[in-house]
Design a protein around this ligand. Structure first.
Ligand SMILES: [Mg+2]
Ligand SMILES: [Zn+2]
Length: 176
């Protein structure tokens, strides 16, 4: 059975910049627990895609080209370390703009399925650090893994939509 992993980017693959966006490769710092998880991610998943909300583009804080450059670098960097990411999907729109691709909407999952028709959501896992990631995964019928902090603000949505709540991606993947 082919399994697909859907990954959020900021706070999962790379360190989240508080109140800012990754605009160039010097601002991209890969998380330690993600790096450590690479061999196990390869073993457990036949396909891996990243789905990321980047409203900094709509805000004019960074351009699509900035984001593309960072993503090409990220793909190459991970490939050198043995991890193939099949594709990175980006929602460039503002929160509240009503697009169908910003998580928790599932447009990026549908796009991935259109690109790779053998993706089966019932055999997919979504790993993220925000409530919208968990809602996205749950709406698609994926297994959902929350690796962020449960707070008073997000508790209700997280508890309702997360199959696993763990402290790191490594904690989840090392238990598989
Ligand atoms: Mg995130
Ligand atoms: Zn969008």
């Amino acid at each position: 059975m082919e399994r697909t992993l859907f990954l959020d980017r900021d706070g999962v693959v790379n360190v989240q910049l508080i109140g800012d966006y990754v605009k160039n490769i010097s601002e991209l710092e890969i998380r330690e627990d993600f790096l450590r998880s690479i061999p196990l991610l390869r073993e457990n998943f036949q396909k891996i895609v990243i789905v990321t909300n980047q409203q900094g583009i709509a805000k004019g804080i960074c351009t699509r080209e900035n984001v593309e450059t960072v993503h090409q670098y990220l793909l190459d960097w991970l490939k050198e370390r043995g991890l193939i990411i099949n594709k990175i999907y980006v929602c460039p729109h503002l929160a509240g703009a009503g697009c169908t691709c910003r998580k928790p909407e599932i447009g990026m999952a549908l796009q991935a399925q259109a690109d790779f028709p053998d993706i089966d959501f019932a055999h997919s896992v979504m790993i993220g650090d925000s409530a919208s990631d968990m809602q996205f995964g749950r709406r698609c019928g994926m297994e959902t893994v929350f690796i962020g902090k449960v707070t008073d603000e997000n508790r209700e949505v997280i508890l309702k939509n997360s199959d696993h709540i763990v402290s790191s991606i490594y904690q989840y993947i090392s238990q598989q």
